[in-house]
Write a protein that binds this ligand. Structure first.
Ligand code: C3B
Length: 839
């Protein structure tokens, strides 16, 4: 210890603030301090979660300076801010990502290790905020990451659901939904801002009046008022000074007590009103492509949109802006139609509350809003019954009628006498029951409309929004989706990230196009073997996780063939199952058959009310039972359904995948984004020409992509001719055997009726053309199995896939939005010195 003292004396004295210092010593001290003073625990009684919280606060302290400096840099009249309005943000766990963004992963790992703990274990403690269903919510999260990485001023606005997407358990092969109590142990990443609360009105009726200036005006006499309280979460840029904000609204009652009712002794009635208000942000609707919305869903949409627009206007006025110039300081993006009521709400705020004339207000609105469409499924296009809409938002319905009246006048002027077109374009769908068409409201009220992959944007113009395209072609563009390489390579696949950086430098993290330089190594034996070793390590980790979660033992040397995404008929998980049964039948017929050993891994949630999707989960589990336990199979095939697929689990899955299943019916998947994450991490794709698959194949090279199935044109043509799935059943013995087995009960412990609805669908309707694509899929899968035997060639294809995915960075997508739609530019953030607050 004499030596130690001498060393300490020799070292320069370093004074670091415990809240900002980044040395291992300071981090350790801050960590211990937070455990004691914030969690109120010491090592004797601390749980793993206490340690996680202490670390989260340690990291939070180290990002606050960035956050406040960013707000200061952006709070200026000349700055244009992007407002991303989305009913869903599927952010994933924050801790690991924030360590990556701050560039302090290594110091923190060491500090935690020297404190006698394991960083990975603490990271795993975090309960992920599951405030989204799937692709749409995760896209919003990737876009916030890129906005911050590019230092674009941006705010994500959404709902602070008390219960996010349900946790999924599997019991007896069936999905069971468990409430997601993600806030149970507190959320160290959010800060409530009750001083920025806003009021939202609902219900009631409207009254016309003439104001002092003799103008005709309308006032809304609402039935109830709800209060929106903002909760802010920082979104860090990667190794820069920017920290944007995700602002989520919680619904509260204006007063916790109705004193009138209380004085009359109606205590329960008073509390009831409070509960009613708070219901609005209680729970996320668990449908990814919603069928028919409920009243509460419309209340949710209006609630968060109204809060956000009031907030946007407040900021604009605070920096001294004039409302006439709103579009110069605000670009509002509608993430699908869920926030599209914002068009009518902004009109109401401008015309009714700020006394701006209609034409000016409409100019401002159109110039401010832009709309992204995410789906072609007709049943997913939102529309609200007029009666429901009018009773909840009477003033907005009037405004929509007026927008529609003027809009249809324009249409008549451009297409005189075309009454069919008027009916098709109208914001109101006529019929015995009338509806407000939200996609039409969004399209009419925006200056830009985009799809999320090249094919999807073309189909939008051709089908779903054809009349809007013919009316205003200049509004339309494509913005192919992207994903953030920070979370989906750096954080999820650190070994691969290390190898890449060692080989080509680390510029790829901010400029994913640089991955191209990996092409040089595609044939390099030494590089190939390291590439393979990393994949094997990731597979071994996933295998261990599978064993812990399900008890199943899978072989890390088998081909890991993975399909993770929401369960939906159009995504065709059951086509994958038809192939598994086909392989199984071949092995039963000839147990000596040489096949490539495979592990089929599935993950995904079904909407609780979607019977067929739930039956598909049961099917996967039933087939797993049979295949995994048959001695004739001898372990060469394994089928795994991993429960509770979420972002955290995705981070384990993509790095371990060798084959990515992207097998939707052509023309149905708008884009897909999992397809991009798989490919970046070196998986090969088996897929149809659907969504972004088309562009992935273009980039990767057709020789590095397993293509099968009908094209969109062929799908249309076949349906137009009259599709009869039974023709395929009758004409294909292997297929007939599989379908017959489904019907017979051999795959469902003798329960013959269990899969009857599935069989019935496939044989009599088969809307998604599984039987038509079956043979092509089987042959393609067989080619995959063959190709895997040549490991050198497979590895080359794998390297080339990663090398060529630069296009699918969300940074590229966000740059395109900024340039073509938002007109937003980067704002440099200068880190302010920490200044002691004085009274
Ligand atoms: C999804 C689509 O199904 C995906 O193809 C697409 O990649 C993502 O959006 C992101 O654009 N989507 C969704 O998750 N929820 C909806 N309501 C509509 C589309």
């Amino acid at each position: 210890s004499d030596k130690k003292t001498a060393a300490a004396a020799a070292a320069p004295v370093q004074i670091e603030d415990d809240r900002t210092g980044l040395s291992v010593e300071t981090l350790k001290r801050a960590f211990a301090d937070n455990l004691f003073y914030i969690q109120g625990k010491n090592a004797d009684i601390a749980t793993l979660n206490d340690y996680y919280m202490a670390l989260a606060y340690t990291v939070r302290d180290r990002l606050l300076q960035r956050w406040l400096s960013t707000i200061k840099a952006q709070l200026k009249p000349e700055v244009k801010v992007v407002y991303y309005l989305s009913a869903e943000f599927l952010m994933g766990p924050h801790l690991g990502n924030n360590l990556v963004s701050l560039g302090i992963y290594d110091q923190v790992r060491q500090a935690i290790q020297e404190s006698g703990l394991n960083l990975e274990e603490l990271i795993a403690q975090e309960e992920e905020p599951g405030l989204g269903n799937g692709g749409l919510g995760r896209l919003a999260a990737c876009y916030l990451d890129s906005l911050a990485a590019l230092e674009i001023p941006a705010v994500g606005y959404g709902l602070r659901y008390e219960f996010g997407i349900f946790d999924q358990e599997i019991r007896d092969g069936w999905q069971v939904e468990i409430t997601d109590k993600w806030l149970r142990y507190g959320n160290p990443w959010e800060i409530a801002r009750p001083e920025a609360t806003v009021e939202v009105k609902l219900g009631g009726h409207t009254e016309a009046f003439v104001d002092g200036a003799g103008r005709y005006r309308v006032r809304w006499i609402p039935e109830r008022t709800i209060v929106g309280v903002p909760y802010d979460t920082p979104v860090l840029g990667f190794k820069n000074n920017a920290a944007n904000t995700l602002r989520l609204w919680k619904a509260e009652a204006p007063e916790s007590f109705d004193f009138q009712a209380f004085n009359l002794g109606d205590y329960y009635g008073a509390v009831n009103a409070k509960m009613y208000s708070e219901n609005i942000s209680k729970v996320l609707y668990p449908n990814d492509e919603p069928l028919q919305g409920r009243e509460l869903r419309l209340e949710q949409q209006f609630f968060f949109v109204s809060c956000s627009l009031q907030d946007i206007i407040r900021r604009h006025l605070y920096v001294g802006g004039k409302l006439e110039d709103l579009h110069n300081s605000a670009a509002i993006q509608l993430n699908d139609t869920h926030p599209s009521i914002g068009i009518a709400e902004l009109m109401r705020l401008l015309v009714d509350e700020h006394n701006i004339d209609w034409d000016t207000a409409w100019q401002i609105t159109q110039n401010t809003f832009a709309y992204t469409n995410h789906t072609l499924l007709p049943e997913a296009l939102e529309r609200w019954p007029l009666s429901l809409f009018g009773s909840l938002l009477p003033r907005h319905l009037e405004i929509i009628f007026e927008i529609n009246r003027r809009f249809l006048q324009e249409v008549s002027a451009k297409f005189p006498g075309d009454t069919g077109r008027l009916a098709r374009l109208s914001l109101i769908q006529e019929g015995p029951e009338k509806f407000v068409r939200m996609a039409h409201l969004a399209s009419a009220g925006s200056h830009a409309i985009n799809g999320v992959a090249a094919l999807h944007s073309e189909l939008l113009k051709r089908d779903v929004l054809r009349d809007f395209y013919e009316l205003s072609p200049e509004k339309f563009s494509n913005k192919t989706n992207g994903v953030t390489p920070r979370r989906w390579i750096m954080l999820s696949n650190p070994e691969l990230a290390f190898l890449i950086s060692e080989s080509i430098g680390d510029g790829w993290i901010k400029n994913l196009g640089e991955l191209r330089e990996l092409e040089r190594f595609a044939n390099d034996k030494e590089f190939q073997s390291r590439w393979r070793q990393i994949k094997l390590n990731n597979k071994t980790n996933l295998a261990e996780y599978i064993r812990k979660r399900t008890g199943l033992v899978v072989d890390p040397h088998s081909l890991f063939d993975i399909q993770v995404k929401r369960i939906h008929e159009y995504k065709r998980q059951h086509l994958n199952v038809l192939y598994i049964i086909t392989l199984y039948n071949r092995l039963k017929q000839n147990p000596e058959l040489e096949i490539t050993p495979r592990t089929f891994i599935f993950g995904g949630k079904a909407a609780p009310g979607y019977f067929m999707a739930k039956l598909i989960i049961k099917l996967i589990n039933s087939v797993a039972d049979v295949v995994n336990n048959d001695p004739d199979v001898g372990g060469r095939l394994k089928v795994v359904f991993l429960p509770d697929y979420n972002v955290t689990f995705g981070q384990r899955v993509y790095p371990a995948a060798e084959l990515s299943e992207q097998i939707s019916t052509a023309g149905k998947e708008a884009s897909g984004t999992g397809n991009m994450k798989f490919s970046m991490n070196g998986a090969l794709t088996i897929g149809t020409l659907d969504g972004a698959n088309v562009e992935i194949r273009e980039e990767a090279g057709e020789e590095n992509f397993f293509l099968f199935g009908l094209t969109t044109e062929e799908v249309y043509a076949l349906k137009a001719r009259g599709y009869n799935p039974r023709d395929y059943y009758n004409g294909n013995p292997a297929l007939r055997q599989v379908i017959d087995q489904l019907a017979s009960g051999v795959l469902s412990s003798g329960e013959t009726h269990l899969f009857a609805p599935l069989v019935d669908h496939l044989l009599n309707r088969d809307e998604y053309l599984l039987l038509a694509d079956y043979q092509s899929y089987v042959e393609c899968q067989d080619r995959v199995g063959e190709a895997y035997r040549d490991q050198e060639h497979w590895t080359r294809m794998s390297i080339l896939n990663s090398a060529r995915m630069g296009k699918f960075s969300s940074d590229r997508a966000i740059r395109e939005y900024c340039e073509d739609i938002w007109g937003a530019v980067a704002v440099d953030v200068v880190l302010e010195e920490y200044v002691q607050a004085t009274a």
